[in-house]
Write a protein that binds this ligand. Structure first.
Ligand SMILES: Cc1cc2nc3c(=O)[nH]c(=O)nc-3n(C[C@H](O)[C@H](O)[C@H](O)COP(=O)(O)OP(=O)(O)OC[C@H]3O[C@@H](n4cnc5c(N)ncnc54)[C@H](O)[C@@H]3O)c2cc1C
Length: 660
C-alpha cells in the first residue's frame, strides 16, 4: 500500500511557522558578508538596537519547520571552512566594546563558562557570549507548540539530566544551585499513566526490510522487570506475530538465553580485549552464528547512544549496554581493559535522572536566568517550564553578561604575542556585517572542528586533535499531535522501527512541573518525538558520521515531512491514526553537528593501547584563550559540557574557584 500526498496530508496547512518565517526572523538581510553588506555599515551602537533578537515577537522556540541547525546559522562558518570568507570580508567594524571574557558558543558549556568566570572574577565581570544560532542552549534547545489552546513544550535536543558515569561534584553543584532537585523527579513524572493504559514498547517491522508492515509487542520485556509468566506471554506474542523466519525467532530466543562461554580458555581481560575489537554485528554473525534477520532487527539499537548501529559498535560496548549473547563469557564487571566508561552500568549514575518537558533546555534557561535575570522572569526551577524568555533583554548595554545571538565568530587572535598579549580580539558576523570586540580572556565553547578555522595561533598537532572530534549527526523531530488515541488503542507509547527512516518514535514522559500540567488523556494533544540517526552502515565510524552529515545537508524539510507522515500512517494506521487529520505541527531539529564523538575501540587504537587522547591535546589553553565544550572530553553529555567549562575557566587562571 502506498499513500498519496493528499492521504498523508502533505497539502494540509498545519499550524507551522515554517523555516521561511524562521529564516526571515533569524538572519535578517544578508547571510554571508560581502561588499554590499559593508556599503550599508552601521555604527556599533545602532547595530545593537537593530539586532534581530531585540525585535518584538522574537521567540525562536515557537518556530516550526526546519530547526536545530537552522538556515542562516551555518552559512558563514561554511564559507570560512571553504576558504571564501576572508576574500569577501573587507574591513570589520570595531564595536569599541571591551569585556573581561568573551565566550564563543552559547550552549551549556558556554553558559556554564560564563557562570564559573563570574564566580571567579566577581559578578560585575563583563562577559559577552556569542552564539551563531537564533537561540541559546546549543543542543539543549526548546520547541514549543500550541494545539487547540494547549501549550506543549518539547525537547529539540538534549533530553534529560543523565549520564553513564556519576555527575561530578561541580556539575551536581550547578544543577543544585539552579534549583533542580533531581531526587524529586518521581513527584513530577506520571509514567504510571502509560502503564495503567497497558502501553508498552512495540517494534514496527516494515515491508521493505521484513516483507510486511507489522506492529508487534517487543519481546525484550521477557528479560526485564516483568514476572516470568508475563515474560513468557510477551515472548509468545512476539514469536507468533513477528514477520521473521522460524530460524530467526529460534536464534533470537537462543541469543537472549545464551549461557555458553564462546571464548573458552581466555581470561576475562583477554575476552574483553577481543570484544573491543569486534563489532557486535560481527560477533553475532561469526561467533554466536545467528540468522542475519536477528542482526537486522538489532541493528539500530545503540543509535540513540552513538549515532551508529551494531555494525560500528563493539561487542564490548554491547556487553556494557546489556545487549544479549555475551553473558556466558562471565566477564568481570566494570570497565577495562581499555576505556569503556560509557557502556558500564553505574547505579549512582542511573539514579541521577531528571527530564523536564523541554529537556535540558530548562538547564540552559536557568543558566541564562542566573546570568541575565531580566531576560528570564521567575525565581525557581518550578516556574522555568512556563517562563517566557525576553530575548530583547539578553544583549542590553546595562547587563554585566550579554548574550548576542545570530553571531558567528570567524576569528580569535591575541593582540600581540600569544605569551604576553593583554587582550584578545574576537571577530564575528551578524546580519552580514563583520564586527570586532576585545576581551581580556576568551573561552572557545564551540565545536572543536570549528576552532582551527578561527585561529592560526595553534600548532598543527593541536589543530589535528581538534579536527578529530567528528560530530555525530542526529535528528530529533517533534510532531505535535491533536490526540494520542491511536497509541492508546494500539497499547504503545514507544515504537522501535529498525528498518525505517526514523528508528524511534516515543510519546514524551508525562511530566508536570510547577504550573505546567501535562496532558493525561488520549483525547488531548501531545508531542511525539521521532529520532533519525543518519549513517552509512559498513563504513568506519567517522566516515559514517561524515556521510550522515552530508545526508542532512541535502535533505529538504518536505522529505522529512513525507517520511514522518508515511511512517506514522503505516505503523499506527491500525489504531486509527490519520496523518492528514491528526498532525498539528512538525519541528525537525536537524543536528548535523550533534553528539561529541566518543572514542570507539574498533577504530581508535589508543582505546586499548593507551597513550594521550586527542581531546586532551585539543583542549590545551593558549595565551588568554581556553577551550571548553563537550568535545573537550569526547563525551556527549551535559555533565561533560559543565565539567569542561569548569576546567577551561580554571585554565584561564583568573583566581581559585571553589568546587562544591
Ligand atoms: C539530539 C541530542 C540529544 C542529546 N541528549 C542528551 C541527553 O539526553 N542528556 C545529556 O546529558 N546529553 C545529551 N546530549 C549531549 C549534550 O546535549 C551535549 O553534550 C551538551 O549540551 C553540549 O553542550 P556544549 O555547550 O558543549 O555544546 P553545544 O550544545 O553544541 O554548544 C556549542 C555552541 O557553539 C556554537 N558555535 C559553534 N561555532 C560557533 C562560532 N563560530 N561562533 C559562535 N557560536 C558557535 C554552536 O552553534 C552551539 O550552539 C544530546 C545531544 C544532542 C545533539
Amino acid at each position: 500500500m502506498s499513500f498519496t500526498d493528499r492521504e498523508l496530508g502533505m497539502d494540509r496547512k498545519i499550524s507551522r511557522r515554517d523555516f521561511m518565517n524562521g529564516a526571515a526572523m533569524s538572519i535578517g538581510a544578508a547571510i554571508t558578508p560581502g561588499v554590499n553588506a559593508f556599503a550599508q555599515a552601521t555604527s556599533p551602537s545602532s547595530s545593537q538596537t537593530q539586532e534581530v533578537q531585540n525585535r518584538p515577537g522574537y521567540d525562536p522556540p515557537a518556530l516550526h519547520g526546519m530547526r536545530g541547525s537552522h538556515d542562516g546559522s551555518f552559512q558563514v562558518a561554511h564559507s570560512l571552512r571553504d576558504g571564501s570568507f576572508w576574500r569577501q570580508a573587507g574591513q570589520p567594524i570595531a564595536t569599541g566594546e571591551k569585556y573581561d571574557l568573551v565566550v564563543v558558543g552559547g550552549g551549556i558549556s558556554g553558559l556554564a563558562s560564563a557562570r564559573f568566570f563570574r564566580e571567579a572574577a566577581g559578578s560585575q565581570a563583563r562577559v559577552l557570549i556569542l552564539e551563531n544560532h537564533d537561540d541559546f542552549g546549543g543542543h539543549a534547545k526548546r520547541n514549543e507548540f500550541e494545539v487547540n489552546g494547549v501549550s506543549l513544550p518539547g525537547y529539540g535536543g538534549t533530553y534529560s539530566i543523565e549520564s553513564p558515569a556519576p555527575y561530578s561534584p561541580v556539575a551536581k553543584r550547578v544543577v543544585r544551585e539552579l534549583g533542580i532537585d533531581v531526587s524529586s523527579y518521581s513527584k513530577h513524572n506520571n509514567d504510571a499513566l502509560y502503564r495503567s493504559l497497558g502501553m508498552k514498547q512495540k517494534i514496527f517491522f516494515d515491508r521493505e526490510t521484513f516483507g510486511v508492515d507489522q506492529l508487534v509487542t517487543s519481546p525484550y520485556s521477557r528479560w526485564g522487570t516483568t514476572t516470568p509468566e508475563q515474560g513468557e506471554a510477551t515472548w509468545h506474542e512476539f514469536a507468533t506475530h513477528a514477520p521473521l523466519s522460524e530460524k530467526a525467532i529460534s536464534d533470537l530466543g537462543r541469543l537472549y538465553t545464551l549461557d555458553e562461554d564462546l571464548y573458552p580458555g581466555l581470561s576475562s581481560d583477554e575476552k574483553k580485549a577481543k570484544l573491543a575489537r569486534i563489532s557486535y554485528a560481527n560477533y553475532l554473525t561469526t561467533i554466536v552464528k545467528v540468522d542475519p534477520q536477528v542482526v537486522t532487527l538489532l541493528q539500530a539499537h545503540p543509535q540513540p547512544l552513538y549515532g551508529l548501529g551494531i555494525d560500528a559498535v563493539s561487542a564490548q560496548d554491547a556487553w556494557g549496554l546489556g545487549l544479549p549473547g555475551i553473558n556466558g563469557l562471565k566477564l568481570t564487571p566494570g570497565p577495562g581493559p581499555g576505556m569503556g566508561r560509557d557502556a558500564i552500568r553505574n547505579d549512582e549514575a542511573e539514579a541521577y535522572f531528571f527530564h523536564c518537558p523541554d529537556g535540558n533546555a530548562s538547564i540552559a534557561r536557568l543558566l541564562v536566568r542566573s546570568l541575565v535575570p531580566n531576560a528570564v522572569p521567575g525565581n525557581s526551577a518550578d516556574d522555568i517550564v512556563t517562563a517566557q524568555v525576553r530575548y530583547d533583554q539578553l544583549d542590553q548595554v546595562s547587563n554585566a553578561t550579554r548574550i548576542r545571538l545570530n553571531s558567528t565568530v570567524v576569528r580569535v587572535r591575541h593582540l600581540g604575542d600569544v605569551a604576553t598579549a593583554q587582550e584578545v580580539e574576537i571577530s564575528y558576523v551578524q546580519q552580514g556585517q563583520l564586527y570586532t570586540v576585545k576581551a581580556a580572556h576568551c573561552v572557545l565553547a564551540c565545536w572543536h572542528p570549528v576552532i582551527p578555522y578561527l585561529t592560526n595561533e595553534l600548532a598543527d598537532e593541536q589543530k589535528e586533535a581538534l579536527r578529530s572530534a567528528e560530530k555525530v549527526p542526529i535528528v530529533y523531530t517533534n510532531v505535535a499531535l491533536k490526540n494520542w488515541k491511536s497509541f492508546a488503542q494500539l497499547e504503545t507509547a514507544s515504537i522501535y522501527s529498525p528498518g525505517c527512516y526514523f528508528s524511534e518514535a516515543s510519546l514524551d514522559h508525562r511530566v508536570s512541573i510547577g504550573k505546567y500540567q501535562c496532558t493525561t488523556k488520549p483525547e488531548q494533544p501531545i508531542v511525539l518525538t521521532m529520532h533519525r540517526y543518519p549513517c552509512e552502515p559498513g563504513l568506519p565510524a567517522r566516515e559514517q558520521h561524515r556521510a550522515g552529515r552530508m545526508d542532512l545537508y541535502v535533505t529538504p524539510f518536505d522529505t522529512f515531512e513525507r517520511n514522518i507522515r508515511e511512517q506514522l500512517a503505516r505503523s499506527l494506521g491500525a489504531g486509527g491514526f490519520d496523518p492528514a487529520r491528526d498532525i498539528a505541527a512538525i519541528t525537525v531539529n536537524r543536528w548535523p553537528h550533534g553528539y561529541a564523538y566518543q572514542y570507539n575501540s574498533l577504530w581508535d587504537p589508543f582505546w586499548l593501547e593507551g597513550g594521550p587522547l586527542p581531546c586532551e591535546q585539543a583542549r590545551k589553553p593558549y595565551g588568554r584563550v581556553a577551550i571548553a565544550n563537550a568535545d573537550a572530553d569526547a563525551y556527549a553529555y551535559t555533565d561533560c559540557a559543565i565539567n569542561q567549562a569548569w576546567r577551561a575557566v580554571n585554565d584561564l587562571k583568573v583566581s581559585k574557584l571553589t568546587e562544591a
